[in-house]
Design a binder for this molecule. Structure first.
Ligand code: F6P
Length: 320
């Protein structure tokens, strides 16, 4: 392989820039050329492709977002789109592509591989919802951002003796909610994976906690459950405790990446280049059981991931 392409796809995540930087510099250090594809698969189809030198990735390791921009590309789900994508790669001399994104982006990479282009995926999403890996780029930063925001909400909830419902991102996954539940010492965590949620129990618990003198009641609600505002109204009516809902939203996706996101994203970026240089294709880089590794994309997409029962129950036990 002489020329490697790199793109970011799906929702952006802090640390993607560190991964792009690592891809560019690791490739250059191995004598390869790098082309940056802007706006994900959309940019590939539109030939939004630029040459990348080492200096083009200076001063980005500490920045959130992605300098390559990103997009969700429905056209790439069609066979026509995939064929055109492979054609564009050939036209621009791109023999291997590194795709930084989530499961949907890996499906695109899998299709490109079927069209004869070497592809490697790097897990990039704040949701941590990629089964083959214990780490995804951006989760650490996002969960720290959410944790800090929830600490602040807790200050005001305590002062006013209120119940606060804080809705965090994660699409259909509850990892951000679960981690914040533990990190913020929340009274209640609601996640789609453990939907055992009994509203009357929460109401009883709030009333009992008030009697014991607790000054606030923090509920972390995963986006996959949602409806925080109506839940707040019902809780306030049933408990008499003033209740507010806060939806943290996209602030969780921005900001300077944490040390962990910079280091892991850099390692994964370099690892992806190494795989392409070894002639590998249709693989996803992962961090599993304490080490960096890689899986076949088909195998990775077929895996299932489960929220740890133990961690979930610890959260419950510590919230008394
Ligand atoms: O996948 C990352 C994520 O932020 C999810 O947590 C959320 O459901 C989704 O993207 C939001 O997407 P958009 O930025 O397109 O509104």
């Amino acid at each position: 392989i002489q020329t490697i392409g790199v793109l970011t796809s799906g929702g952006d995540a802090p640390g993607m820039n560190a991964a792009i930087r690592a891809v560019v510099r690791q490739a250059i250090s191995k004598g390869k050329k790098v082309k940056g594809i802007r706006r994900g698969y959309t940019g590939l189809l539109a030939e939004d492709i630029v040459d990348m030198e080492a200096k083009d990735v200076s001063d980005i390791i500490q920045r959130g977002g992605t300098i390559l921009q990103t997009a969700r590309c429905p056209e790439f789900r069609t066979e026509e789109g995939q064929k055109l994508g492979a054609e564009m790669c050939r036209k621009h001399g791109i023999e291997g592509i590194i795709v930084i994104g989530g499961d949907g982006s890996f499906r695109g990479a899998q299709k490109l591989a079927a069209q004869g282009i070497n592809t490697i995926g790097i897990p990039g999403t704040i949701d941590l919802d990629i089964s083959c890996t214990d780490y995804t780029i951006g989760f650490d930063t996002a969960v720290n951002t959410a944790m800090e925001a929830i600490d602040k909400i807790r200050d005001t909830a305590s002062s006013h003796e209120r119940c606060s419902i804080i809705e965090v991102m994660g699409r259909d996954a509850g990892y951000i909610a679960l981690w914040c539940g533990l990190a913020n010492g929340a009274e209640q965590v609601l996640i789609p994976e453990k939907y055992d949620f009994d509203e009357q129990k929460i109401v009883n618990n709030i009333i009992a906690n008030r009697k014991r003198g607790k000054r606030h009641y923090i509920i972390i609600n995963a986006e996959g459950i949602g409806h925080s505002t109506s839940l707040a109204r019902r809780i306030e009516a049933a408990t008499g405790m003033e209740t507010r809902a806060t939806i943290l939203g996209h602030m969780q996706r921005g900001g300077s990446p944490t040390c962990k996101d910079r280091v892991y994203a850099s390692t994964m970026g370099a690892y992806a280049v190494d795989l392409l240089c070894e002639g590998k294709s249709n693989r996803v880089v992962a961090y599993k059981d304490g080490k960096f590794t890689d899986f076949d994309v088909d195998e990775a997409l077929a895996m299932e991931k489960q929220i740890s029962d133990y961690q979930f129950n610890v959260g419950k036990n510590l919230s008394i």
